[in-house]
Ligand binder design. Structure first.
Ligand code: ADP
Length: 490
């Protein structure tokens, strides 16, 4: 099969969160299984160009229709750790992708509406006819709309679209201008509740809703979250649309790429290890403490790695830091936030805790350091308010780092409580709490810290159970191939 992924992120070149890992890891798995996979991305100025090999212009002049005119683009090609990627570079005054950041601009909707249009225009003009176009999140919600309403009439009849929603919180709400800009000028047709009109904001066009309505299959990133999205407020206003389209909607648990996230071969950690050589994990703990100026006392390290977004339960993360410090544990945080007030809060906290030998807050994005934290910490904490899948806990499991998580979304599908889960002991791999409040979080952290001090052998077994879990792309890769097979034109 020929599969094209159209995505706003791909690890490690353009990574903000888990979406980037998924695009890279799934593409790799699909290739291993004998498929041809191309990835189309914007050519951001802030990409990690040191991870792109053989970057060269593939199509010099691509004219992308935009409002009443057209924008001149170049399309580049390069390999990202073996993946074949095309990068779209518009030459316009809007300067869509030369902003120093991936997101966070007032014209984000225009930027990605343009990208969606440009990606299809490129496939069309370059005579590429994939069996499957797989697109991701609100940024590419217009892809199936444009494909079936415009490009199908220009020769792209046979392409089919799988649309994966990684986060329902951001849906790409915009005005009618996004329709005008991309040539969807029959406004009455598109700005309709059956198509792109937002279910609650009657004046808004909703790009994610368009993606759901027009795609041949829609997934979200865990079975539990697929259920939450349809039957709770976690669908963020799209539950009705998902229920209308339920026959083509399902949850596929993300995988992680064990070529990238594997303590046996990880180049970013101080000492490599596996279940048989688990003691070497503690050399990483030492290295982490050296790097972050933490004291080398007999204490567990609890870590948080992730975006500092309200979704992640920032108040509970804050509380986890102080609970850990009060209970004889150390805390390491690696995170960043595009929201100024959250950023400000954690910078203040960092100043406040600056002299603590038991705590380090690293505010920013640092892929390499994240590897050392997964390897060096004893536990990670994820008190998310909602969590479509969550990769952090799956990575932690692979590194023998015990997750403490809230029972929500993909966390429920991957972490099974040491004390209260009905599964056999070998299948239990972490600590789970239910209520998103201090008492809930403390109950799980208390059990985890107590086990670490009082029953180290049991704690070690729990680490090993986690390392034995298989959250590779093997199964989800097959699940996606089954979906592609179901929808493709034969
Ligand atoms: P989300 O997709 O909501 O951001 P996930 O848990 O699915 O959350 O994925 C987070 C991914 O991003 C993980 O690979 C994690 O290690 C990485 N990550 C998040 N924040 C940072 C950061 N500040 N520095 C390095 N890696 C980060």
């Amino acid at each position: 099969m020929y599969i094209v992924q159209i995505a706003p992120e791909c690890a490690p070149v353009a990574k903000v969160g888990g979406l980037a890992d998924v695009v890279f890891g799934l593409s790799r798995e699909l290739e291993i299984r004998g498929n041809e996979v191309h990835i189309i991305l914007p050519k951001y100025d802030c990409m990690r160009y040191d991870h792109i090999w053989g970057l060269q212009v593939s199509m010099k002049d691509l004219w992308v229709p935009w409002y009443n005119g057209a924008v001149h683009c170049s399309v580049w090609f390069g390999f990202v750790h073996g993946r074949k990627c095309f990068f779209i570079e518009p030459h316009s005054q809007d300067n869509f992708f030369n902003r120093g950041h991936f997101y966070g601009f007032s014209d984000d909707v225009s930027r990605f509406a343009f990208f969606s249009k440009a990606a299809l225009e490129f496939l069309h003009k370059d005579n590429r006819r994939p069996d499957i176009i797989h697109c991701h999140d609100w940024q590419t919600g217009l892809v199936p709309v444009l494909l079936f309403e415009q490009y199908a009439h220009g020769g792209m009849h046979w392409q089919r679209v799988c649309y994966t929603i990684h986060n329902f919180k951001h849906q790409g709400l915009t005005g009618e201008y996004a329709l005008w800009a991309t040539g969807l000028t029959n406004i009455a047709h598109y700005f309709n509740y059956d198509r792109l009109r937002d279910n609650f904001n009657h004046t808004a066009v909703n790009l994610m809703k368009g993606g759901i309505v027009y795609s041949n299959f829609v997934t979200t990133v865990s079975p539990a979250h697929a259920h939450e999205a349809r039957f709770t407020d976690q669908g963020s206003g799209l539950s009705h649309t998902l229920n209308v389209h339920q026959s083509k909607f399902g949850g596929v648990l993300n995988g992680i790429d064990y070529e990238v996230w594997n303590p046996e071969i990880d180049p970013h950690i101080a000492s490599r290890y596996n279940i048989e050589t688990l003691d070497k994990k503690y050399e990483n703990k030492d290295a982490l403490r050296d790097r972050l100026w933490l004291s080398k006392d007999f204490k567990p390290i609890i870590a948080y790695v992730g975006r500092l977004d309200s979704q992640k339960g920032v108040d509970l993360i804050h509380h986890a830091i102080f609970y850990a410090l009060r209970n004889n544990a150390q805390f390491v945080l690696l995170g960043s936030s595009p929201e100024p007030n959250i950023n400000h809060h954690f910078w203040n906290l960092k100043r406040h805790l600056n002299d603590s030998p038991d705590c380090h807050l690293e505010l920013g994005f640092n892929e390499e350091l994240s590897h050392l934290i997964y390897a060096g910490a004893d536990m990670v904490v994820m008190p998310s308010l909602f969590e479509p899948c969550g990769l952090t806990q799956m990575i932690a499991l692979k590194y023998g780092t015990v997750p403490i998580v809230r029972a929500v979304g993909g966390l429920q599908d991957t972490v099974f409580d040491k004390d209260y889960d009905g599964r056999p002991w070998e299948a239990r791999n972490g600590f789970v709490f239910h209520n998103a409040d201090h008492a809930g979080l403390e109950s799980a952290m208390h059990r985890a810290i107590a086990l670490w001090f009082a029953y180290p052998d049991d704690f070690r077994e729990l680490m090993i159970h986690g390392m034995q879990c298989d959250y590779s792309w093997c199964r989800p890769g097959q699940d996606y191939l089954n979906i592609y097979d179901l929808i493709r034109c034969k």
